[in-house]
Write a protein that binds this ligand. Structure first.
Ligand SMILES: [Zn+2]
Length: 288
């Protein structure tokens, strides 16, 4: 599952390679990849051919390309979806699902998806032209890297939630784009236990936590920043957070780099939470 920094790397690649180009034709090679599109393959072809892709936008892990007729081509990356920008003579990928050719005859945009949980669809926009999002994304909160993210409003909403702090960080209607890895890393940085009740957080703690989230995401983004310079864009490619030095995530029983205590892994929402028992003590009152 791609995390926000990976999706941002892809967005920058698309902005550079695809924005401003006009779609000549669309080829759908698997019906599942267009199952969210009204009218299926024919609907996508009819809606996209002749349209100019204007930019590449993102909110959280959602990525879309606004078109010149006020719609947006929304990419659902699912578990394994990739958007590749390939020369026309590059051989088809094994799991190629959709191909866009452009009127300039240059690089194609290819949607490749091994497990076909993802797909492409044309969506109406909600909101203004400057700040609009595709309708299916309208309920998703801004992410902490968004220039219009409101720190004070987030702090207030968080303290009204009465939930555990990690649950809140993973709640896409409150803040988007923070996955399990970045939540664990940020909470370790600021010494907060994942079950800490949000209503007990001070404004200063929330500010430090947001700074930590931005710092771990920013670091991943810098590392990923090298891969979008290459000739193809790969959402599961070299931008990977597995390369970065993680302090707690996936480090069960290894010593905490701050205090030497073995890192603990707890089951959490069908996944795991990694934390340092000493740096992130269990709160007296907790929301599991
Ligand atoms: Zn520690």
């Amino acid at each position: 599952m791609p995390e926000l920094p990976e999706v941002e790397v892809v967005r920058r690649g698309l902005e550079r390679w695809v924005a401003g180009r006009t779609v000549a034709d669309v080829e759908v090679l698997h019906p599942r990849a267009v199952r969210r599109q009204p009218g299926g393959a024919a609907g996508l072809v009819a809606g996209l051919e002749g349209r100019t892709l204007q930019a590449a936008r993102r909110r959280g892990k959602y990525l879309w390309l606004p078109t010149d007729d006020g719609e947006a081509l929304l990419a659902h990356l699912g578990m394994s979806g990739q958007l590749l920008v390939q020369p026309p003579d590059a051989p088809d990928e094994t799991h190629l699902r959709v191909r866009l050719r452009f009127t300039d005859g240059g690089r194609e945009l290819r949607f490749v998806d091994q497990r076909t949980f993802g797909g492409l669809s044309l969506e109406p926009m909600s909101g203004g032209t400057e700040d609009g999002v595709p309708l299916p994304v309208a309920h998703i909160a801004r992410d902490p890297l968004d220039a219009r993210f409101d720190d004070a409003a987030f702090a207030a909403a968080l303290r009204r939630r009465h939930t555990g702090v990690k649950r809140a960080l993973l709640d896409q209607s409150l803040v988007s784009g923070i996955g399990n890895i970045y939540a664990d890393e940020a909470l370790w940085q600021v010494g907060l236990h994942y079950a800490r009740p949000t209503e007990t957080l001070t404004r200063a703690q929330v500010a430090r936590m947001l700074a930590a989230v931005r710092s771990v995401m920013g670091a991943a983004l810098e590392r990923g920043g090298t891969s979008f310079d290459s000739l193809y864009v790969n959402v599961n490619g070299e931008s990977g957070y597995f390369e970065r030095s993680l302090e707690v995530y996936g480090r069960r029983d290894l010593p905490c780099s701050r205090c030497g205590t073995p890192i603990r892994r707890d089951p959490f929402m069908n996944r795991s939470s990694y934390s340092c028992p000493r740096c992130q003590p269990r709160p007296r009152r907790a929301h599991w």
